[in-house]
Design a binder for this molecule. Structure first.
Ligand code: COA
Length: 321
């Protein structure tokens, strides 16, 4: 038994923040942001607009694309680092919005790799016969964690959501998923406050994403390079067989480095970073849905999804769409 992607969906909040807008907030330029990151604009959740709001739109779009109703969903798994509440979890809040009752619903947190983690977990539920229709979401309001006085990070992050519906299949579908983490890198990219630390930095107005950008960059390129090699060699697939790379959208230079490693021309990479920015857990399913909806990604094609995030956490999926 395998799982297959029956439908995809996504959603971006309406409010757009351009590089020109950021020039008014911090000492930066449109030219610096575009050349160093590939980002021109990003979507931002307005006050009161939550991760569950974004997840609900993406989920409904994916369910419509898959042709499934709420009654059919028997697993809700949301990857996110920016939950609305400490609890109930976003999976449960989303389940309620969709009027689904009784099935397992949870969120899991692996920073920007959260969607790949959620996909890996949900795939196993379906493969084992424990779910017949799984809703898997990556949703994030990461700009809520941003320190808007830190030009090294505030230009990167954005909000959004993407979703897929997984159904059982006799042929893959999801061929394999590969999940990894190494907490020794915890100090390179983090939000240094939280529940059990008492939110003291938040209270003092000193919280915000902290990142050693240069070091993150180097480890990301190296780790993702090894990850794509591992993903292909696990099933004896040659890189020439790949139709699309659907990478985490953190930095265009990281994306180009991984495409090069795979000998893939950029025409076979789904790139959304210019208009989406880094939406963390939402970035891969947003890019997947963009490629599906504009007709580039077709049924039967071979896709490699990958992501890398704080922890560090990283993960990939090889998918026959
Ligand atoms: N505008 C203008 N200048 C900026 C700036 C901004 N928004 N942010 C940083 N700078 C400055 C720095 O202060 C530094 O100035 P200095 O040389 O006077 O000290 C200079 O630009 C170079 O900074 P550096 O950090 O070396 O730039 P970089 O080429 O490494 O690019 C990142 C910075 C963040 C774009 C890049 O390191 C990166 O993308 N890292 C990976 C981040 C990532 O992917 N994070 C998410 C993982 S999920």
């Amino acid at each position: 038994m395998y799982s297959r992607i029956a439908g995809t969906g996504s959603y971006l909040p309406e409010k757009i923040l351009t590089n020109a807008d950021l020039e008014k907030i911090v000492d930066t330029t449109d030219e610096w942001i575009r050349t160093r990151t590939g980002i021109s604009q990003r979507h931002i959740a307005v006050e009161g607009e939550t991760t569950t709001d974004l997840a609900e739109h993406a989920a409904r779009n994916a369910m419509a694309a898959a042709g499934v109703t709420a009654e059919e969903i028997d697993l809700v798994c949301v990857g996110t680092t920016t939950p609305d509440l400490v609890f109930p979890n976003v999976g449960t809040l989303l389940q309620d919005r969709l009027n689904i009752h009784g099935c397992p619903a949870f969120s899991l947190e692996a920073a920007c790799a959260s969607f790949l983690y959620a996909l890996g977990v949900a795939d196993k539920f379906v493969r084992l016969g424990d779910a017949k229709c799984a809703l898997v979401v990556g949703a994030e309001t990461l700009t809520r964690l941003v320190d808007w006085s830190d030009r090294g990070t505030c230009v990167l992050f954005a909000d959004g959501a993407g979703a897929v519906v997984l159904k059982p299949a006799e042929e893959p579908g999801i061929i394999s998923t590969h999940l990894h983490a190494d907490g020794k890198y915890k100090d390179l990219l983090l939000y240094p406050d939280g529940v059990s630390l008492g939110f003291n930095l938040v209270r003092a107005g000193k919280a915000g994403v902290r990142m050693k950008g240069n070091e993150v960059y180097k480890v990301a390129v190296n780790t993702l390079g090894q990850l794509v090699t591992e993903t292909l060699s696990a099933k004896g697939i040659d890189k020439s067989q790949l139709d699309w790379l659907i990478p985490h959208q953190a930095n265009i230079r990281i994306i180009e480095a991984i495409a090069k490693r795979l000998d893939l021309p950029m025409e076979r990479v789904i790139v959304t970073i210019e208009t989406h920015g880094n939406t963390s857990a939402a970035s891969v399913p947003l890019a997947l849905d963009a490629g599906v909806r504009d007709g580039r990604i077709k049924r039967g094609q071979l896709l490699l999804l990958e992501a890398f995030g704080g922890g560090f956490t990283w993960g990939s999926a090889l998918v026959r769409y």
